[in-house]
Every structure is written in structure tokens, then in C-alpha cells.
Design a protein around this ligand. Structure first.
Ligand SMILES: Cc1ncc(COP(=O)(O)O)c(C=O)c1O
Length: 433
């Protein structure tokens, strides 16, 4: 069609299917060679674009846990201990609060930073836990811990900038940085003699360069269960204050800790304007993984950016779920305690059983619901995890899914019943001894 407009135009060179990507009607309406040539050049540049995915997104690897699990989720008799969630459903009193909110008609758009009742409740709860007043002005509700991390890095990180990630760690934060065109720079925890992990703030300080925007640390950690001490948090905070680099502290396992009510938190030591953003979630301690509800605690300077970006991510967490969140916090302490007790039993069953298997080295985690264990001579645990599904019908996550420092390890989530875990240990023993 375009080539009929003017015989001297460039458009003859363009395959007809591509010229149709330009605007042939516009071109057809013009009579002169000049305008046709101009129109043609716009067609050329349009035609040069072909549909594509952003390379930064294209490069992001698929989850290695999913790689192991894919095709095996429906195996008869499988014991799936590869994902990070308990086998308990959300307790009824929380479900009921959501149902009542629905029945009341809480189905409309609401405050982007969360309903005031939930922000007040969270602030009150954190003030009680950490012995310092947390103001609801500093709390923003999100649609999951994951979404909280996405919005946080959208606020902090530009393409070409770096985020230091303390690893081994749940991989999503690093992958978010990559999707934004940034670069994760891993600083590994040191492996202790007993199979546990320890942190060296000087390694973090040494890794900070001119492009570093943030340090991401998950404590209590997934997959390691490693928990940062208050002293280590203070050291890292000093580094952040000195350098202006943000700390993004992922504390979604804050209440999943075995020797005290809550793990040490940056919220115990930060001043209001410190460059620290704390990520939290309802998923783990309240058995609410499928609800996708979380929250951030952050300094005032984040407010305008959060308001903008939450609008373009989710426009706020679902209204009726937020009312259930209020109930979870206000009435959920007995459930949080019972979940912890169940996980303690799981840990006390799984850790000695693993330690009795000849090839395994593992320390007792102080927190979280994972056994992250080293298998001597395993090498690539992606292959080992695959073969364990085939041979033992137990689903485990490979250590190299968790970044540098994870090679040679497997992760097992022990937030299941004692019968299930006992059966899993029996099935794994012949392959790990
Ligand atoms: C360390 C860590 N942070 C954040 C999350 C995300 O939690 P949510 O379910 O709220 O997205 C997880 C989930 O496994 C996690 O392990």
C-alpha cells in the first residue's frame, strides 16, 4: 500500500507486513515526495522496533526451587518440604474477620498506605515488642512482604546501581534488583565449624562502592536461620549512617524465634531519620502466605515516593484483608505461640535426625523454620535435590537457589507435623548416610 504513494520513497524497501506497523493512512494522504520520504523514515524507525521483553527481565533466572519442583508437585505420596510455608491453614478467627469485613461491604478502594486501624495496630504491636514507640505515620501496609521489597527497591535503586545482599539468602530481593537493571553484590556469611553462620560487618564495609545504594539483610534468615545480634545491627547501622547507604532489613521471621519473643530488630535502635527500611509480613507466623499482606516501617522521607509507587504497583492492599490483619495482630498471640511450638517440635525432630546421617552437617537454628544443611561430597545440590525427589519422594530446595554460599547445602522446611517430618527423615536417611 505504501509503495503506491511515491515510487522514490524508501518504503519500497520495507516488507509490506512491517510497513503496516507504521501509519499507512497518514502516508497515503500526502502527495509530495518529501512528505512521503519523511513519513517513510518514521515508518523505518517504527519498523525497526520488534516486540521484546526488557533485557534486564529476560536475564533473570527462573527459581531453582521451582526447577526441582516442576513436574513433581502432583507425585503421589510426595512430602513437599521445599517451600517456605507451614502446612497449617489460616486460623478461623482470622478467616472470619475477613468474611465479616466482606459482609460489611469493605470492598472499596481504600487508603493507599493502609487502613488507619491496621497501621495503628501494627505500630502499637511493634512499640510493645521493641520497647520504643513506633508511630503509625511510619507504617505502610503492602500486598505482601514481596511487594514491600519490590516497592522499596523501586524507590532506592536506579539502573546501574548496586545493592549489597547478605547471602545465602532467599533469592527474590536480588532478583528484584536485577529486574530494575541494578546489580546485586553478594557478601557471604562465614560458615562456622558447627555448620552455622556468622556475620562480619567489615566485609560489608569493604564491599561498599560509589554505586552502592543499599544493603539487604534478612534476619532471622531464610534459608540459614542465622539471626543478627543487636550489636551487629548497631555496627551495620553505624556503617549506613557513615556512608548514606540504606539498610533494607527483612524481618519477616521476626516472631519465628525460639529463645525470646522477637528477634533483635533495627526498630529497637533506629532514630526516625535513619536510612533504614524494615520489611514485615503476615505470611509466616500467622499462616497467611496466600493472603499477600505485609508492611514496611520507614523514615518520613520515604512517604511521597511510597505513595506514588504503591499506586502504580497495587494501589493498596485489599481492604477486607486488612481488617483481618487487625484481628490477626490483636487476637493472634496464642496462635503465633502455637505455630512457634509446632516449629520447635519440628526443629527438635529434624535437626538431630539429620545430624545422625553420616554425610550431613547442620547447626540448630535459633530462628525461622528451616534446616539448612551441608551434605558432604554432594557438589551440585540441584542434582541431589532432583534425585531425592525421585528416590525418596521428599521435596527439598537446593542450596544454590540461595546465592553465593549455598553450594553443597539443601534446605528443608520443618513447619509440618511430627508424623510427616518423621516419615521424611526415614525416607532421606538411606540417601544421606
Ligand atoms: C526472607 C523472606 N522475605 C520475604 C518473604 C516474602 O514474604 P511474603 O509471603 O509476605 O511475600 C519471604 C518468603 O518466603 C522470605 O523468606
Amino acid at each position: 500500500m505504501v509503495s503506491r504513494v511515491c515510487s522514490c520513497s524508501l518504503v519500497d524497501l520495507i516488507p509490506s507486513s512491517e510497513t503496516e506497523i507504521g501509519n499507512p493512512n497518514l502516508i497515503a494522504g500526502r502527495g509530495s515526495c518529501m512528505s512521503s520520504a519523511l513519513a517513510a523514515s518514521s515508518v523505518v524507525s517504527t519498523a525497526q522496533l520488534s516486540p521484546r521483553i526488557r533485557p534486564a527481565v529476560d536475564r533473570v533466572e527462573a527459581s531453582k526451587i521451582a526447577e526441582v519442583a516442576m513436574g513433581h508437585l502432583d507425585r503421589p505420596g510426595l512430602i513437599p518440604l521445599w517451600f517456605g510455608e507451614s502446612d497449617l491453614t489460616t486460623p478461623d478467627f482470622i478467616n472470619q474477620a475477613a468474611t465479616e469485613a466482606l459482609a460489611r461491604g469493605e470492598t472499596f478502594y481504600t487508603h493507599k498506605r493502609g487502613i488507619p486501624e491496621l497501621r495503628d495496630t501494627l505500630a502499637g504491636d511493634m512499640s510493645g515488642l521493641y520497647g520504643r514507640t513506633s508511630s503509625s505515620d511510619r507504617v505502610s501496609v503492602t500486598s505482601s512482604g514481596m511487594s514491600a521489597i519490590m516497592i522499596t527497591f523501586q524507590i532506592l535503586v536506579d539502573a546501574g546501581e548496586e545493592v549489597i545482599i547478605i547471602s545465602p539468602v532467599w533469592p527474590n530481593a536480588a532478583l528484584v534488583v536485577e529486574t530494575l537493571g541494578g546489580t546485586p553484590k553478594f557478601v557471604t556469611l562465614d560458615r562456622r565449624q558447627d555448620g552455622g553462620f556468622s556475620f562480619d560487618v567489615e566485609k560489608v564495609r569493604a564491599a561498599i562502592g560509589p554505586k552502592t545504594r543499599a544493603i539487604f539483610v534478612a534476619s532471622p534468615g531464610n534459608p540459614t536461620g542465622w539471626t543478627m545480634s543487636s550489636q551487629e545491627q548497631q555496627q551495620l547501622l553505624d556503617v549506613a549512617r557513615e556512608t548514606g547507604v540504606w539498610i533494607v532489613s527483612d524481618e519477616v521471621y521476626a516472631r519465628m524465634v525460639y529463645d525470646r519473643k522477637a528477634a533483635p530488630s533495627f526498630l529497637e535502635i533506629v532514630e526516625e531519620d535513619d536510612p533504614v527500611i524494615v520489611v514485615n509480613s503476615f505470611s509466616k507466623s500467622w499462616a497467611m502466605t496466600g493472603w499477600r499482606l505485609g508492611w514496611l516501617t520507614h523514615p518520613p522521607m520515604i512517604d511521597p515516593a511510597f505513595d506514588k509507587l504503591v499506586e502504580y504497583n497495587t494501589s493498596g492492599a485489599p481492604t477486607f484483608l486488612q481488617y483481618a490483619g487487625v484481628t490477626a495482630i490483636k487476637e493472634g498471640e496464642p496462635f503465633v505461640a502455637s505455630m512457634l511450638e509446632r516449629c520447635r517440635k519440628g526443629r527438635d525432630l529434624v535437626i538431630p535426625a539429620l545430624q545422625s546421617m553420616g554425610r550431613v552437617q547442620v547447626a540448630n537454628p535459633d530462628a525461622s523454620f528451616y534446616a539448612f544443611f551441608h551434605v558432604n561430597g554432594a557438589g551440585d545440590t540441584l542434582e541431589l535435590a532432583r534425585s531425592l525427589v525421585e528416590k525418596s519422594n521428599v521435596g527439598l530446595a537446593p542450596g544454590n537457589a540461595f546465592g553465593p554460599g549455598g553450594d553443597g547445602y539443601l534446605r528443608l522446611c520443618f513447619a509440618s507435623s511430627e508424623e510427616t517430618l518423621s516419615e521424611a527423615m526415614d525416607r532421606l536417611r538411606p540417601h544421606l548416610s
